[in-house]
Design a protein around this ligand. Structure first.
Ligand code: PHE
Length: 449
């Protein structure tokens, strides 16, 4: 039984919606993933390609998802059921819901690490440690299965409690407080980082492109990163768009959210690279350990480092929380709209599922050899492949099944002067599906070779 549409939740204001959607987009992907990828892929060149990917693929796909969501006022499965009744297209929605659940499960594990790091840093656990000791602390913690599970549990619990509060009373309320806080904290860190003696080497690495380092992998990595970072391809933006009233302008919303997401990712680089190059012996290509293994050394070497360190991990936890609630909301919206469940029951049951599903990811980093590498594989399959596949089908559905004219009709309800409509149509019909297909083939090729 479907829930009564008149009682469906919605956003209290456009600002509330934009902050919540930006909260979904801004997460570990920005503050952990973006600097890591930029560091591994040559710095400024990667940043440049990333910006192009956001502009040419990210923004058009986000407009597509918001349009589908607002038009059908339904969860990701309901969208396809309503717009293409009786067709197998609803499987795209099902894929999105499953993807949301799996990403949520391991996302909360890594988010749990950030909670532990707030405590460790506040506690002065890294004060006076050598780089090797800092690395050992990380390995020691992530291989302590029960403790990682505990922090994972705490994070899932916080996520569930907010989602139980509903769209307006929970998600919107919490994100309108947390997002400005996150922005201020990040600005503080950037100021600290760029004023350190020796910061200029890092700035150069981050701002001066070295075109020799650019190859097709850099482009594809940037595109995958843009998908994950903008929360595209699994229906998070469909779901958030479905709580939008018909009065709110979709285009400016998509643009604001993308600008906010990209700004925070770029600022995260400004917080990390100048400080990184200011400390002797650290390199930017540390990979996923960058945030947990490299950063404590930086905080050790700067005045008031303990405080800035704790602030940084707090920032990371906040960013992760506003993303994890959107992941949970996708699955909860499905349970409410399609299964007729009450919100509270949906949030608790799905939260419990995500917690259990996250346990292999929590113990696979040194505690249990059985699940070794589980988190990375789940991230590859769901945080990358499934998002790309989902994004591809969303473009094809909108452009070739539902149709650009219907989409434009929906957009025009709140924005009669969508001047770039012809450009958007070309991007969503041809450029996005083509670009995403290349990314998909390359990703699968990498996987099987
Ligand atoms: N965009 C989030 C981040 O950058 C992750 C996310 C992906 C959230 C997909 C929702 C959907 O961390």
């Amino acid at each position: 039984m479907a829930a009564n549409p008149t009682t469906r939740d919605n956003w209290g204001s456009k600002l509330g919606f934009v902050l919540a959607a930006a909260g979904s987009a801004i997460g570990l992907g920005n503050i952990w993933g973006f600097p890591t990828q930029a560091g591994l892929n040559g710095g400024a060149g990667f940043v440049l390609v990333y910006l192009l990917c956001v502009l040419l693929i990210g923004v058009p796909v986000m407009i597509a998802e918001l349009t589908l969501g607002r038009s059908s006022q339904s969860d990701p499965v309901g969208v396809f059921k309503k717009l293409a009744p009786g067709s197998p297209w609803k499987l795209v929605g099902v894929l999105g819901v499953v993807t949301g659940l799996v990403i949520l499960s391991y996302y909360c594990v890594v988010a749990g690490w950030t909670l532990k790091y707030i405590l460790l840093t506040l506690d002065g656990a890294f004060t006076g440690s050598t780089a090797t000791e800092v690395a050992e602390t990380f390995t020691g913690f992530v291989s302590n299965g029960p403790q990682v599970i505990l922090f994972h549990f705490i994070f899932v619990l916080m996520t569930v409690l907010i989602v139980i509060g509903g769209v307006r009373g929970g998600i919107e309320k919490v994100t309108t407080i947390l997002m400005p806080m996150l922005f201020l904290l990040l600005l503080l860190l950037v100021l600290r980082s760029v004023t350190l003696p020796g910061a200029s080497t890092g700035l150069e690495f981050y701002l001066k492109p070295d075109f020799e380092k650019m190859d097709s992998t850099v482009i594809l990595t940037a595109m995958g990163q843009a998908f994950f970072s903008l929360s595209l391809g699994m229906g998070a933006m469909i779901t958030y768009g479905s709580y939008l009233s018909r009065r709110e302008d979709l285009i400016s919303s998509a643009v604001y959210v993308s600008i906010a997401d990209t700004t925070i990712a770029i600022l995260a680089g400004f917080a990390i690279f100048p400080a990184l190059f200011a400390v002797e012996g650290l390199t930017p290509d540390a990979g996923p350990g960058l945030i947990f293994v490299v950063l404590p050394n930086i905080f050790n070497n700067i005045p008031l480092g303990q405080l800035f360190g704790a602030a940084f991990y707090l920032l990371l936890a906040i960013a992760a929380l506003t993303s994890s609630i959107s992941l949970l909301e996708v699955v909860v919206a499905y349970m409410i709209d399609q299964r007729g469940w009450a919100r509270k029951k949906a949030a608790v049951v799905v939260g419990a599922m995500a917690f259990l599903l996250g346990v292999p990811s929590a113990v696979g980093n040194g505690y249990s050899s059985l699940f070794s590498g589980f988190l990375d594989r789940a991230d590859f399959l769901f945080g990358k492949v499934a998002l790309i596949v989902g994004g591809l089908f969303i473009c094809i559905f909108l452009a070739w099944k539902w149709g650009i004219p219907r989409a434009l009709q929906e957009i025009h309800r709140s924005n009669e002067h969508f001047a770039l409509a012809p450009l958007w149509a070309v991007l969503i019909r041809f450029i996005c599906p083509l670009g995403i297909s290349i990314l998909l083939i390359q990703t699968l090729w990498e996987f099987f070779s």
